[in-house]
Design a protein around this ligand. Structure first.
Ligand code: ASP
Length: 347
């Protein structure tokens, strides 16, 4: 009796164990059934007031956000990968002169452009990043090439340019191609401020000296998450400064359950490892992404003296877009198809 009972207890335990294990590893949806998709993008957080943004400018930049949503969503609706969706959306934003990435990137103190970008896929944790790139029209594609065609995760400066030389599919442009009059004025203003400071005037660094980094986070029909971020960094940056955007875990991070692309004063996002912190809370502590993102972006970063925002989503398509600045350019398509763009805080 006893001998017989042991195997049946064992098999029961085994069956329970297996069901528990499968409950833990099998997602709520069958692996290859088409799941609802989700997409969220940003064009940067910063100090922007309604009187600084004309209705015509707002309409123009929101149209570019819409075009980026269309590009990413077309990939997702065709059953494509989240990785391709975020690449497509960010390329559109890099080409838009409204945003501080690609065309329209801010100027360095030397009057040039140094571009940073990163891309990451959550379920594989593959990642690629570039920093201080000068001649690649779409830095996000170079970051992706680093991920797919090099043994490395991050390439910087001259080396990143040399790697780009080996990828003939990448479009190259002269550094001046990224110039725009608006960014030139911002550099002139920053230089003037510096001169007045050097002459003894007490002018605090205006918050939001950065503005306009772009990013995208997508959830595809297979339940996979990917994130892409691209930026010119901060106006008047010097000494090869690199911000959070290309640093995996700082401004860009994806896991199987969470993806975050940040925008803001990069030094604070680096020091708080902000994107990873949000996803670690979701992954390890089981926090809802809204709770995790709210705490990191709206409590931890301001408490350190920084500011900015972030976008993200989880593996069920819950979208978050917290920011502690007066505005953040952003756009979204929820799993149920609800879609929109916004700049300021909405009621
Ligand atoms: N986070 C970016 C950086 O510090 C700037 C931005 O988001 O606008 O380079």
């Amino acid at each position: 009796m006893r001998l017989n009972a042991i195997p049946s207890v064992r098999s029961l335990a085994l069956v329970c164990g297996l069901s528990l294990a499968s409950a833990l590893v099998v997602p709520a949806y069958a692996a290859d059934a088409a799941r609802p998709t989700a997409l969220v993008i940003h064009g940067g957080a910063g100090v922007i007031t309604r009187d600084q943004l004309s209705q015509a400018d707002e309409a123009a930049l929101r149209a570019d956000l819409d075009r980026a949503l269309d590009a990413g969503n077309a990939v997702l609706k065709n059953g494509g990968a989240a990785l391709d969706a975020v690449s497509a959306a960010v390329q559109v934003l890099e080409d838009s002169p409204w945003f501080n990435a690609g065309k329209g990137a801010v100027f360095t103190a030397d009057g040039t452009h140094e571009l940073d970008a990163a891309i990451m896929e959550g379920h594989t944790r593959r990642a690629g990043a570039v920093a201080g790139v000068r001649t690649v029209r779409h830095p996000i594609l170079l970051a992706r090439a680093v991920m797919e065609h090099s043994p490395h995760v991050m390439l910087a400066g001259e080396g990143a340019e040399r790697f780009a030389d080996t990828r003939t599919e990448l479009e190259r442009v002269p550094n001046t191609w990224f110039d725009t009059p608006r960014r030139r004025q911002q550099l002139d203003a920053a230089r003037e401020r510096e001169q007045r400071q050097a002459a003894g005037e007490n002018i605090p660094l205006p918050k939001g000296a950065y503005f306009g980094t772009v990013g995208a986070v997508a959830l595809d029909q297979h339940g996979h998450i990917a994130v892409a971020t691209s930026t010119g960094g901060m106006t008047n940056k010097r000494w090869g400064r690199v911000g959070d955007a290309p640093v995996i875990g700082g401004g860009t991070y994806a896991s199987a359950r969470c993806g975050i692309s940040a925008t803001g004063w990069g030094e604070f996002y680096l020091r708080s490892v902000a994107a990873h912190d949000v996803c670690a809370r979701v992954e390890l502590r089981g926090d809802p992404i809204a709770v995790a993102a709210e705490d990191v972006i709206n409590r931890i970063i301001p408490a350190m003296g920084g500011d900015g925002g972030a976008i993200g989503l989880d593996d069920e398509g819950a979208i978050v877009m917290p920011f502690n600045t007066s505005g953040m350019y952003r756009g979204w398509i929820h799993p149920d198809g609800r879609r929109g763009t916004a700049v300021f805080r909405e009621p």
